[in-house]
Write a protein that binds this ligand. Structure first.
Ligand code: 5GP
Ligand code: ZN
Length: 113
């Protein structure tokens, strides 16, 4: 997807504060953090949202969870607690239409979208 902002971040064409990357996913700080720790985990491949997950690529979700686990521990929020969220389509609060997981923590969480 040529014009997708998260594809551009994945290709390094738009700068971001990257905290993790491998051949399949990249994690970076949200530009508008809702809590002291607010990271986004995205596949490098353009998937619109979880409706693009199928039998052929579902392993990606397990991988994202493993990396979220590691990043939560590294950020020091694992013991106290955190939240991972993925928004899907308009009423789900999705604004960027490249699948991403929010990893949010570092304070007592209320209702986040
Ligand atoms: P959504 O509502 O689609 O689940 O969340 C999109 C998230 O992407 C928002 O939390 C927003 O702050 C973040 N975001 C949007 N554009 C950029 C950007 O260019 N860089 C970074 N690091 N985060 C972004
Ligand atoms: Zn994309």
């Amino acid at each position: 997807m040529q014009d997708c902002i998260f594809c551009k971040i994945g290709r390094g064409e738009i700068p971001s504060a990257i905290v993790y990357e491998d051949d399949r996913i990249i994690a970076f700080k949200d530009i508008n953090p809702l809590a002291p720790v607010h990271l986004l985990l995205i596949p490098r491949e353009h998937l619109t949202n979880i409706l693009d997950i199928n039998e052929g690529n579902v392993d990606l979700i397990g991988h994202i969870h493993l990396v979220a686990n590691k990043l939560a521990k590294e950020a020091g929020i694992a013991e106290k607690g955190f939240r991972i969220v993925t928004n899907c389509n308009e009423e789900g609060g999705q604004i960027i239409f490249h699948m991403h997981y929010h990893l949010i923590g570092g304070e007592e969480l209320k209702n986040f979208a």
